[in-house]
Write a protein that binds this ligand. Structure first.
Ligand SMILES: CC(C)(COP(=O)(O)OP(=O)(O)OC[C@H]1O[C@@H](n2cnc3c(N)ncnc32)[C@H](O)[C@@H]1OP(=O)(O)O)[C@@H](O)C(=O)NCCC(=O)NCCS
Length: 193
C-alpha cells in the first residue's frame, strides 16, 4: 500500500515538474529575443534583459546559469554547451562618476555595455564567468572557473583568471579537416538565431 502511494506521488510529481518545465520554456520563448529548438534550460537559472538575449538550436545551459544582458545583446549560437554555474554579463555599472555611490549612478557610458557572443559549437566549463564585449570563437573551449575578459579565438582552449590561451584544440591540418567535416555534416540544421 505504502509502495503504491509512493509510486503515485512520484508520478504526480513528475507530471507537475514536466508541466512546470513546459511553462518555463513557453514563458522564455515569449520573452527572449529568440529561442531555438532542442534547448535545455535548467530548473534553476537567473536571466535579466530577456529582450537582448538570443539562443540558437541544440543549446544546453547548465544548472544555475546566470545571463545578465540588461543593455547589450547576448547571442548564444547553435550547439553550445555550458557546464553548471556559468555566468555571463554584458554590462558593467558606471564606475567613473565622482561623489556618488555606484548604486545611485543612472547614466552609463557606451563602453559600460557591450555585446557578448558565444559562437557555434563552444563548450563553456563549470563556473566560468564571461564579461562584456567578449566573443568566444567557434568550437572553442572555456576551462572550468575561467574569467573571460577578452575575445577567444576559434578552435582554442582558454582557461584561468584572466582567461589565457592554454592550447589550440587541433593542429592546422586537423583544424581544416574539422571545419570541412563539421560544415558538411551539420549544414542542414545550422540556423543561427
Ligand atoms: C579546459 C579543459 C577542457 C582542458 O582539458 P585538457 O585538454 O585535458 O587540458 P590539460 O589538463 O592538459 O591542461 C593543460 C594546461 O592547462 C591548465 N588548465 C586546464 N584546465 C584549466 C582550468 N580550468 N583553469 C586553469 N588552468 C587549467 C592545466 O593545468 C595545464 O597547465 P600546464 O600546461 O601548465 O600543466 C579542462 O581542464 C576543463 O577545465 N574542463 C572543464 C570541465 C567542466 O567544467 N565540466 C563540466 C561538465 S559540462
Amino acid at each position: 500500500m505504502k509502495r503504491q502511494l509512493e509510486k503515485i506521488l512520484a508520478f504526480v510529481f513528475r507530471v507537475m515538474l514536466h508541466s512546470y518545465q513546459k511553462y518555463v520554456m513557453t514563458n522564455l520563448r515569449s520573452r527572449l529575443k529568440s529561442l531555438g529548438v532542442n534547448v535545455r534550460i535548467p530548473d534553476k537559472f537567473l536571466i535579466l534583459g530577456h529582450d537582448n538575449i538570443q539562443i540558437g538550436n541544440n543549446v544546453s545551459l547548465g544548472m544555475n546559469v546566470v545571463l545578465f544582458a540588461a543593455e547589450a545583446e547576448l547571442t548564444i549560437e547553435n550547439n553550445v554547451i555550458f557546464g553548471p554555474n556559468v555566468s555571463i554579463f554584458t554590462g558593467n555599472h558606471n564606475i567613473s562618476v565622482l561623489g556618488q555611490p555606484i548604486s545611485e549612478v543612472k547614466v552609463k557610458l557606451p563602453s559600460d555595455d557591450l555585446p557578448v557572443t558565444i559562437c557555434e559549437g563552444v563548450w563553456v566549463g563549470a563556473g566560468a564567468i564571461i564579461l562584456k564585449g567578449v566573443t568566444i570563437g567557434h568550437d572553442s573551449v572555456i576551462g572550468a572557473g575561467a574569467v573571460v575578459t577578452k575575445s577567444v579565438e576559434p578552435y582554442t582552449i582558454y582557461a584561468g583568471n584572466p582567461a589565457c590561451l592554454v592550447k589550440r584544440r587541433f593542429n592546422p591540418e586537423q583544424e581544416k579537416l574539422h571545419i570541412t567535416k563539421n560544415a558538411k555534416e551539420n549544414s542542414a540544421d545550422r540556423v543561427n538565431p
